[in-house]
Design a protein around this ligand. Structure first.
Ligand code: 13P
Length: 251
């Protein structure tokens, strides 16, 4: 039985006071979803603040990105062990905004995935197709290639140490959610790819959906057989919305 996981990706949003207000409202509201694993990924500068605010709660901490390197002359980069030291348990890897705006390719994403594993972080591998790729009916191939690059680097046992998040690029921040049937089809495809390598890993792998998840559509998405939770952008910045999405994962 896979435990549902809901992660809030705050992206480049936040301020000390706003973070504190959000968490003050969110933590008690999460009592209704005690069976769900939950985490938030604030921007780097707020990790220490948020770690402190989360102390003693079940809400876990994650980061949005990491360096592929462990240390050294890499100005502006943040390593996996630094994130670990700040209290992170999760780290997003290969988010579509990193891929499209910052030129991260499959090889770099695989290196980052490996770096996260080395520091005992759980990498959340983000995959997904663009609108043109969906229209070209190559969604399954695109997602398979993104996962294959990581498999080549860390093998199926390494991949087993992470989580996969399917985020169709055309559904991110657009208000246009993939339909439950579209989501289930891709998630099933991902699980079958993993099953070719190791059925036990495939059965245990948590595959999250991300892209315009709201309180109103979360229940239907999370009810799909191969959907094990969500990666939430905009709606994670509102305590009531994020709590309602987490509660939907509980049902
Ligand atoms: P939205 O929920 O704002 O569409 O963002 C999804 C996302 O990119 C989460 O990583």
């Amino acid at each position: 039985m896979r435990r549902k996981l809901v992660i809030g990706n705050w992206k480049m949003h936040g301020k000390h006071q706003a973070n504190a207000q959000l968490l003050e409202a969110l933590l008690p509201a999460l009592a209704e979803s005690a069976g769900v694993e939950t985490a938030v990924c604030p921007p780097y500068p707020y990790l220490a603040q948020v770690a402190e605010l989360l102390a003693g709660s079940t809400l876990k901490l994650g980061a949005q990105n990491l360096s592929r390197f462990d240390q050294g002359a890499h100005t502006g980069e943040v390593s996996a062990h630094m994130l670990r030291e700040l209290g992170c348990q999760y780290v997003l890897v290969g988010h579509s905004e990193r891929r499209s705006l910052y030129g991260e390719d499959d090889r770099l994403v695989a290196e980052k995935f490996a770096a996260a594993l080395c520091a005992d972080l759980v990498p959340v591998l983000c995959v997904g197709e663009s609108l043109a790729q969906r229209r070209g009916e190559i969604t399954e191939r695109v997602v398979a290639e993104q996962i294959q690059a990581v498999l080549q680097r860390v093998g199926i046992n390494g991949l087993a140490g992470g989580v996969i998040a399917y985020e169709p690029v055309w559904a991110i921040g657009t208000g246009e959610t993939a339909t439950p049937a579209q989501v289930q089809a891709v998630h099933r495809h991902i699980r079958s790819l993993l099953a070719e390598q190791d059925p036990a890993v495939a059965a245990a792998m948590r595959i999250l959906y991300g892209g315009s998840v709201k309180a109103a559509n979360a229940g239907e998405l999370f009810a799909q057989t191969d959907v094990d939770g969500g990666l939430i952008g905009g709606a994670s910045l509102d305590a009531a919305s994020f709590a309602a999405i987490c509660a939907a994962a509980q049902r």
